[in-house]
Design a protein around this ligand. Sequence first.
Ligand SMILES: CC/C=C\C=C\CC(=O)SCCNC(=O)CCNC(=O)[C@H](O)C(C)(C)COP(=O)(O)OP(=O)(O)OC[C@H]1O[C@@H](n2cnc3c(N)ncnc32)[C@H](O)[C@@H]1OP(=O)(O)O
Length: 719
Amino acid sequence: MARYAHIKDSVALITLTNPPVNALSAAVRHGITESVTRALRDPTVKAVVLCGENGKFCGGADIREFAGPMTGPAFVPMLDDIEAGDKPVVAAIEGMALGGGLELALCCHYRIAHSKARLGLPEVTLGLLPAAGGTQRLPRLIGIPASLELITTGRHISAQEALKLGIVDQVTDKNACEVAVEFAQRVMDKPLESRRVSQQTVQCPPDLEALLENTMVQVKKRARGAIAPVACVKAVRAAATLPYKQGMERERDMMGTLFNSGQARALQYFFFAQRAVGKWSLPSGACWNNTKPKPVHRAAVIGLGTMGRGITVSLVAAGVSVVAVEVGEKQLQAGKQMVMAILERQAQKKGVAAPLDLLRFSNNLKDIGGVDLVIEAVFEDMALKKQIFKELSSVCKIDTLLCTNTSGLDIDVLASITGRPQQVVGMHFFAPAHMMKLLEVVHGRHSSPEAVATAMSLGKKMGKVSVAVGNCPGFVGNRMLMPYVEQANFLLEEGATPEQVDQALEEFGFAMGVFRMSDLSGLDVGWRVRKEAGLTGPSVAATESPRKRQGRRYGPIADLICEQGRLGQKTGCGWYLYDRPGGREAKPDPWIRRFLEEYRTKHGLKARAIDKQEILDRCLFSLINEGFRALEDGIAAGPEDVDVIYVFGYSWPRHMGGPMFYAGMVGLARVLERLEHYHQAHPDVPSLQPSTLLRRLVASGSPPVQQWRGFIKRMRSQL
Ligand SMILES: CC/C=C\C=C\CC(=O)SCCNC(=O)CCNC(=O)[C@H](O)C(C)(C)COP(=O)(O)OP(=O)(O)OC[C@H]1O[C@@H](n2cnc3c(N)ncnc32)[C@H](O)[C@@H]1OP(=O)(O)O
C-alpha cells in the first residue's frame, strides 16, 4: 500500500502506508512500483517525494513474510528503476529508515532526515545481509570503513551521525516531508548523474586488506559460528573490489545462502520472541493489556554488594530517585564510591552530567519509609532476607512494593513474612546488573497482577528485557542451569577434562564454557546453594555415599575443589589456573588433571574417551529437558520466554534461537531419542528422563515452536 498524490508545483508525493512501521510487504512494494511508474510517466510531475505514514519512513522488509513464499514485485529491480529514472526522487525520512527502508532511501537521489530519525542496516541481526544493494550502495556513498562497521553490527544511527557520514543530505527539526517537497522543487531541474549512488566509484582506504581482515576476526569473535556477519564482510569486500553489477551478483548469491539457513530462521524467530515476552500473562488470566502498572518515582535498594550497586546504577540511569542502604559503614562507603564512579563514567560517555542528585545513601532502613518500591539485594541467605522483609513491612508505607533480587530462593516464604504478600515479587537481575539486559520478574502465589505489571514496566524503563516467570527453585534460568552443570560434572567423573567440555560448548557458540563461566562467577556461589539444599556440608550424614544424594547420582567434584580454596578467578585458581587472583586468562591446570585422576581411582571409575557430540547432547539436552518441564509446570509461560532468558542471561548463541527453538531445529524426536538413550545409560540421573511435554509434542508430530503455547494450554485443560 502506497498513497499517491500530485501536490503543488509539479511534485508527486508517495506515502508508504503499512502500520505499525510501514514495512515493505508485497502490497507496499506493489504500491511503490505503481506510484513511481505513474509519477515518471506524468509529464506534469517534475520531482517525487517518498515518505511514510504516521511519521515513520520504513522499518524494512516485512519480517513476517520471510516465513512464506516470496510474492509481489522484486525489490532490487524496483530500486534500480527509481535510481535510473529521469526525475529526482527525494526520501523524507521520519521515524526510521531501516534495512530495506534505508536501501529504498539509498536509491533515491536525495535524502532529508528528521532530527529524531534512526537509520541503519540491521539485516545482520536477522541472519541476513542488506541484499537490495545495501552492501554495494552504502560503501559507494560513505566509504568502506564506516559501511563495514554499520553493515556488520546492524547498529541504528541518529540522523546527525547519518549527516556526518554523508548518508543524508540534510537534517531538519521541521516536518521532513514538507522540507523534502520544498527541496524537491529546488532540485527538479538539476542533473541526476552524480546523484545515482550505484554509479559512483568506491573510495578504498590504502589499508583495505588489513581492515577487512581485522573486521573478519572481530565479527567471528563477537558471534562465534554466526554466518551472516562473515557474509557481510565478504559483500563489502565485493563492493571494494568488483564493479557494481558483479558486486550485486555476489550480494544476491550470499543472500540466497543466508536466507535459507537455520541461523536466519533462528534470528527472525528471536526478533519476535523478544517482543512476545513483553506480552506477559499470569495463570489467573491477568496480563499486560489488562493490568496497569503503578508509577515508581522513588525506590530503595537494600545491600550495596555487586548486585545492589548494579541495580542502583540501573535505577538512577532510568531517572528513578534511589535511597541505597547498607548497614556496615565500610561497605556503604565502598558501594557509594563504586556507584558514583559508574554513573559518572556512563554520563561522561554520553557527554551529559551524571544524575547524582537522584541518589542518596543511608545506613538506616528507616530512611526508606516513603519509597514506592524496594529491591532487596543482600547476600543469598534465606534467614537474612527474612529478617529484612520483616523490617521492610514495618518501615515502608502500606502500598510500597517489596521486591527481592534472589536468584532462586522461594519468594512465597519471603512474602509470608510481610503481611502484604500481594505486594511481593522477585526481580532477578543478572551480574553485572547495570550491563546485563535480562530481568526475571518472579510472581509468587500471592503476587498481585499490579505488582507484576509494575516490576515489568520498571524493568523496561531500566532498559531490561523483562520476562515474567513463576516461583520455583532457580526460577527458569538457574533451574535449567542445574542439570547442565550437573552433566558437565558427571562428564569429568567419566573421563573428560574441563577444557574439553568448555571447548565443545564454546564451539557450539557459548561465549564461555560451563567451567570457565563458573570460574568467572565464583565457585562458592553454587557451593553455597548446594549447602543450603543439603547436598553437601555438615548437614550430610557421614554414612551417605559421596556420589549419591537422596537416591540419585551426585557429583561432589565441585565441592571438593571449593574445599581446597579454589574458588575461581578471584582466588587465582578454580577449574583453571590464572596468573594471579583476579587474573582472567584461563590455563589448563595440571593440578586439576591429577586431582581428577586420583578422584576416579578412589571411586573405581575408569576414564573413557568422550566425544564432542556426547558432551553437547548431555549438557544441552538435559538443559532443554528442564526447559520443557518449566513449560509443563507453567513456570515459563512459553518457549519464547525460555529462549529470551537463555540468550540474554546465559549467552546462548542468538543465532541458535535459544534452547527451545534449537530443540525444534534439531528435531524433537531426536532430542527425545537421545535423552532416552542417556537416561537408560544413567538411570540414577532423573534430569535425563524425558519430560511429559516433550513426549507429547513428539507424539503429536513435533509441531513448530510457535505452536507450543497453544499445545500446552490444551494439554493443561485436559488434565
Ligand atoms: C522484499 C524485501 C526487501 C528488502 C529486504 C530487506 C531486508 C530487511 O529489511 S530485513 C528487516 C530490517 N528491519 C529491521 O530489522 C527492523 C526491525 N524492527 C525494529 O527494529 C523495531 O521494531 C523498530 C522498527 C525500531 C521499532 O521499534 P519499537 O518502536 O520499539 O517497536 P517494536 O515493538 O519493536 O515494533 C512494533 C511492532 O512492529 C512490528 N515490526 C517492527 N518491525 C517490523 C518489520 N520489519 N516487519 C514486521 N513487523 C515489524 C513488531 O513486531 C511489533 O509488532 P507487535 O505485534 O506490536 O509486537
